[in-house]
Design a protein around this ligand. Structure first.
Ligand code: FMN
Length: 402
């Protein structure tokens, strides 16, 4: 089985003797189905040629931060966004020190700062360098920030010493890279995600809508695709680019959204992150409404209930594992748990949209997930991209136990 099928791996190559093993590692990662892009440090280039890694990865090797050509095509930000995993092998003492300090003086260290993806280091160095308190303190700091360490192994070293500091073999590193995705695994699953607001027409030029930006739903779609799912994203009107590997269906009204979701069924997992209008105007005026002086200063708009998309899909015989969102401005957890029961959901994600630093239109979010046993799991405030990855990992875990 290709355990890294369609996974995107940035392989960072530092300036150590073990860089010769990176060539083999590119092969092993590709054998597992991964797409690999190589970034080399200045030091890395002294030990193995970019040409070798270009030939093995099938793509030009990225060398410079300040490269106008690379910036236009795929500079540090593009690579940071592209990656599902950044694996640095060999990770030299110098690369570790620079990462620990947040130094961003070359392409590799800059993209590590810029990425939301998982980062793993395969240290490779002389045993005394590895044991040195400075290196150990850096490793501790980086582990504390969530970077993973693959190795090092102990044994005989190129310099003649014996001890810890050997880089793991390529085969083992490829397996460890695959392990990074095992808990996220939605491979083979169809995931249906709704996002954004809906628009409910009043007349040909006016509509009722809400402040949803769609950012959370789009981040979830991206994270689900990274986790190997086939993703259908049904979205109301938003100004967001379609995440890679996601199939997008644009809709306007709540009724359109329900129809698009029904057309996309069956799905294994439904995540309803859209802010769907509960009501729509009963009658959509055929012509633009004019001010009517005979009716005084008011205008009475009669509204009717929209279909409940989530409840409708969660009640089907082939119902997917159903996850709802409760965006509330008060009594958050109480309203959210009521919604979980009323709509027959498996999980509900509660977020407090009264807090301007999270929720609608903001870049960050903080959420609490409630399950059927009313057990609450809180996710601390961070970027919507990071929250999305954590949430997808959590949901995938529950789905896989289901
Ligand atoms: C022959 C030779 C071998 C080296 N091997 C290693 C090594 O295995 N691990 C390490 O951390 N540094 C090693 N170094 C030191 C690094 O090359 C040096 O710290 C360099 O600045 C690291 O560059 P980087 O940050 O691009 O990885 C070696 C140096 C030389 C001259």
């Amino acid at each position: 089985m290709q355990r890294l099928y369609r996974k995107r791996i940035v392989l960072g190559v530092g300036g150590g003797i073990a860089a010769y093993k990176s060539a083999e590692l590119v092969r092993r990662l590709r054998d597992q189905g991964a797409e690999v892009r190589v970034v080399m440090t200045q030091g890395g280039r002294e030990f193995i040629t970019p040409l070798t890694l270009q030939a093995l990865s099938g793509h030009p090797v990225h060398l410079d931060l300040l490269d106008p050509a690379a910036e236009a095509a795929m500079g540090h930000i593009e690579l940071a966004r592209w990656a599902d995993l950044v694996l640095i092998a060999p990770a030299t003492a110098d690369v570790m020190a620079r990462l620990a300090q947040g130094v961003a003086n070359d392409l590799l260290t800059t993209l590590v700062l810029a990425t939301d993806a998982q980062v793993a280091l395969a240290p490779a160095m002389n045993q005394a360098m590895w044991r040195d308190p400075a290196t150990q303190a850096n490793a501790e700091l980086l582990r504390g920030r969530g970077l993973r360490f693959f190795g090092p192994a102990a044994g005989s070293q190129a310099c003649g010493d014996v001890g810890p500091g050997r880089m793991l073999e390529a085969e083992e590193l490829a397996q460890r890279a695959a392990d990074c995705f095992q808990f996220l695994s939605l491979t083979g699953r169809h995931v249906l995600i709704t996002a954004g607001p809906t628009q409910e027409n009043i007349d040909p030029v006016r509509y009722i809508t809400n402040h949803s930006s769609g950012k959370m739903g789009f981040a979830l779609a991206e994270a689900a695709a990274e986790a190997g799912a086939r993703v259908t994203l049904v979205t109301g009107p938003v100004h967001l680019p379609t995440p890679d590997r996601v199939s997008r269906v644009d809709v306007v009204s709540a009724r359109d959204m329900l129809a698009a979701c029904e057309a996309a069924m069956p799905a294994d997992l439904l995540i309803a992150a859209a802010a769907v209008a509960d009501y729509r105007p009963e009658v959509v005026a055929a012509q633009k409404l004019k001010k009517d002086p005979t009716k005084g200063d008011g205008l009475l708009l009669q509204l009717v209930r929209n279909p409940d998309i989530l409840a409708t899909l969660a009640q089907r015989a082939d119902r997917p594992f159903s996850v709802g969102f409760a965006a509330e401005t008060e009594n958050l957890l109480e309203y959210a748990s009521r919604k979980l029961k009323d709509k027959n959901l498996d999980l509900i994600v509660a977020n407090d949209v009264a807090n301007p630093s999270i929720g609608f239109n903001s870049e960050e979010n903080a959420i609490t997930v409630i399950d059927r046993e009313l057990h609450e799991t809180a996710f601390a405030q961070t970027s919507k991209g990071k929250i999305a990855r954590q949430l997808i990992a959590f949901i995938a875990d529950r789905l896989n136990q289901h």
